[in-house]
Design a binder for this molecule. Structure first.
Ligand SMILES: [Zn+2]
Length: 333
């Protein structure tokens, strides 16, 4: 009798253990299934982010674009789709590419949203066939706070502001010649901030740009004298170095209407204000497509907003303080 009771208890224990093991197996296999599927989705998420980043960073190089320029807007969207595809993502469409941060009628930022449904393998057992993943990336123009390759031409901030306000941004006199200028200043700056070097430095910088870095707040000296000869030589060399838009086959080359941002004809100039001790303090950087010069020292060019390489940016968005139309591209999300 006593022996029978013991056998019964043992049988019941065995049954309970089998049930517990069965439940644990189900829980364990479920966790394994979820872990494997979530893991593969996570890997896909990384790839998707990479494709979104590449799309905005590559297409963003075409910023800024005018709000009304449909061809340019489609061009930038096509570029984003193309770079997403090159990075393994073929699901990008126009409606997932949004241009934004409008400054003076120009888009200065691009955002891309990439989404994808990832097929599940094990989670199908529980009725989950796919999960959707979404990644986005944004790139924006940010005003320069440091610049390399400047030409030794300066523009007074009050002149720059007046130019923007009047809307007369084409064929602007950047450097005055004989009889021009104010108080004997012809618009040329000594970019290395140290006296000496004179005409030879100046001519090199007109032709090839100043190799050093100029930062917001730097104090620059005025270049003494009119520098007519060195200006003429340096300008000719720079102007004739354009290789774009048919320049080498008798065409116009770069103009304010169409230009390569890295063309030597796109001259980067320091915008400055004068402090109480009559020194020039750099407060921004602007770009002009050079157009003409006269043999007596005048240079004219047209103002353009452009992305340039070299230097660095303030990290602020376009339109924030210190924006004189020359930018770096930065990923902002
Ligand atoms: Zn060019």
């Amino acid at each position: 009798m006593i022996k029978n009771i013991f056998i019964k208890i043992k049988d019941e224990e065995d049954g309970a253990v089998i049930v517990i093991v069965a439940i644990l197996m189900v829980v364990f296999l479920s966790l394994l299934a979820i872990t494997l599927d979530v893991g593969s989705a996570y890997l896909e998420t990384g790839d998707l982010q990479k494709a979104a980043d590449a799309a905005v960073y590559s297409a963003g190089r075409l910023l800024p674009v005018q709000q009304t320029d449909t061809a340019a807007i489609n061009g930038i969207k096509d570029s984003a789709i193309n770079y997403a595809e090159l990075n393994g993502y073929s699901g990008l469409t126009y409606d997932k590419i949004v241009l934004g941060n409008i400054v003076n009628g120009n888009y200065t930022a691009i955002k891309v949203t990439a989404d994808k449904s990832v097929n599940m393998t094990f989670a199908r057992i529980f009725g989950v066939n796919t999960i959707n993943i979404t990644r986005s990336a944004k790139a924006m123009l940010s005003p320069k706070n440091k610049m390399t390759g400047l030409t030794p031409i300066g523009m007074l901030k009050s002149d720059f502001d007046a130019m923007i306000q009047s809307g007369n941004t084409k064929h602007v006199v950047l450097k005055y010649g004989k009889g021009g200028g104010v108080n004997g200043f012809f618009g040329a700056l000594d970019l290395d901030g140290s006296k000496g070097g004179g005409a030879s430095n100046y001519s090199l910088w007109i032709a090839h740009g100043y190799p050093g870095e100029v930062t917001l707040g730097d104090v620059l000296l005025y270049e003494n004298g009119n520098m007519v000869g060195p200006t003429f030589e340096g300008f000719s060399e720079r102007y004739n170095s354009c290789t774009h838009y048919g320049a080498t086959t008798g065409g116009d080359g770069c103009t304010a209407e169409h230009f390569d941002p890295d063309c030597p004809r796109v001259a980067k100039v320091a915008v400055y204000y004068i402090n109480s001790s009559y020194t020039a303090i750099v407060c921004g950087f602007a770009s002009f497509v050079l157009e003409s010069q006269t043999s007596d020292g005048y240079i004219t060019g047209s103002f353009v907003k452009t992305l340039t390489y070299g230097g660095s940016s303030t990290g602020g968005s376009a339109g924030s303080s210190g924006d004189f139309g020359t930018y770096s591209l930065m990923l902002s999300e």
